[in-house]
Design a protein around this ligand. Structure first.
Ligand code: HGY
Ligand code: MN
Ligand code: MN
Length: 411
């Protein structure tokens, strides 16, 4: 509940209301995986804030929360949608996701204060598991909605504790048998605009508070598994080892080297999991998660192929076998140019910026006109506690989103 009792609600006020939810004392920042206590608390927070605003709130079979503002009682079609996600990466920043959700709520307040009555229904959406932190599949909720991911595959996804998505869904009141494409709901959305903290320094360098998105570079996630021979750290001579950690370590270095062969490519190993993971134990297996991005999908494929070849060579040198599994892949997305230009007319001072970060908007863009707004992040850092938005820019984002929603829902 917005604790600021004086004056109208603000983005800063809403963000401060959730500032203590999901703090991660070990990693710093926030850890809010799907359906964790923190995620559930944020979902409840959103629902109560939406209900306080007399929005009609529902949670669909994919766990997406929809909050309708439809004061004219119009048919729920050709809706103007906005929103984002509430889940986070491990140790993530405060703004990645929640800024777009909080700003959407305040944009409705601003439109009401203007006395504006939309001539299209407006709906706020909160998509679950955008980060894919628990099940490794980015934009899980929006991909279920669109049918971009197989529901059977999702039901069987297993988290690091061995909990399947189906078990988690049941534990949180959702029937996993019903997850999957929702063409009717998708057809009811006419346009989607996602506001998000900028995950870079573009706006800081340009000295502007808000930008319009042009595109999302292609990106994918893979898991490399190096299988060797587990053994005793003290009784196994160095010449008698098949140590997957050696091959994995060499591959991490090769990832950096091979990405450097392509201008503007990004390749990252942010997660490495030795099994069993004992200090005095030679690992039997090491899993390495790879994130590769580039605005050419062919370059992404080429880099992954080069990394896989290098990994197999390093594995062979160490007597280990190597498997590569694709977890998710998203092609480069260009947002609808007509919508982008229309929004640019509404926000003439907003520069047009590409992003290297994936978003639910990137999934929906294949099905309906979609746009993004970015809000300045002075540090340019994201997926880390140093992610930041100045108060004045947070409120500027709400005014910009309100202006865009007013233009789009005024017919
Ligand atoms: O990984 C991404 O680009 C996004 O933050 N999920
Ligand atoms: Mn993110
Ligand atoms: Mn995000």
């Amino acid at each position: 509940m917005n604790t600021s009792t004086v004056g109208p609600a603000t983005v800063v006020g809403l963000m401060s209301d959730i500032a203590a939810v999901g703090n991660d004392p070990t990693r710093g920042g926030y850890s809010r995986p799907i359906y964790s206590a923190a995620d559930m608390e944020l979902r409840e927070w959103f629902i109560s804030e939406a209900q306080r605003r007399s929005l009609d709130v529902e949670t669909d079979r994919n766990g997406i929360i929809w909050a309708w503002w439809n004061p004219a009682g119009l048919p729920l079609c050709d809706a103007v949608a906005t929103g984002s996600h509430l889940d986070s990466v491990p140790g993530g920043g405060a703004y990645d996701g929640p800024l777009g959700v909080a700003t959407a709520l305040i944009a409705i307040d601003l439109l009401r204060a203007r006395g504006f009555v939309p001539r299209r229904p407006v709906v706020l959406a909160v998509f679950p598991e955008e980060e894919g932190s628990r099940y490794g599949l980015a934009c899980l909720g929006s991909q279920l909605l669109t049918g971009d991911v197989d529901p059977d595959r999702v039901r069987g996804l297993v988290d690091s504790d061995g909990v399947t998505y189906a078990e988690l869904a049941i534990a949180n009141g959702h029937d996993p048998r019903h997850i999957g494409p929702d063409p009717e709901r998708l057809a009811g959305i006419g346009v989607f605009v996602e506001l998000h903290v900028e995950q870079g320094r573009g706006l800081t360098d340009l000295g502007r508070p808000v930008a319009i998105g042009s595109s999302i570079i292609g990106h994918g996630r893979w898991r490399l598994s190096f299988n060797g021979q587990g053994n005793h750290a003290g009784t196994t001579l160095m010449t008698d080892r098949r140590d997957p950690m050696i091959a994995a370590a060499q591959t991490v270095l090769d990832v950096r080297r091979l990405a450097g062969n392509h201008r503007d490519a990004r390749a990252t190993v942010g997660k490495l999991d030795p099994i069993p993971g004992g200090t005095n134990v030679i690992a039997s297996r090491v899993d390495v998660w790879l994130d590769v991005r580039h605005d050419s999908d062919a370059v992404v494929a080429a880099i992954v192929s080069d990394i896989a070849d290098a990994a197999h060579r390093s594995g062979a040198d160490e007597g280990c076998d190597v498997t590569l599994t694709e977890a998710s892949i998203s092609p480069t997305v260009s947002f609808d140019p007509i919508l982008r230009d229309r929004i640019s007319r509404v926000l003439p001072d907003a520069p047009i910026l590409a992003t290297g970060a994936g978003h639910d908007a990137g999934v929906l863009a294949a099905y309906l006109p979609t746009a993004m707004l970015f809000v300045r992040n002075p540090t340019g850092i994201s997926h880390a506690p140093q992610e930041y938005v100045e108060d004045v820019d947070a409120e500027a984002g709400a005014v910009a989103l309100a202006d865009v929603l007013q233009d789009l829902s005024n017919r």
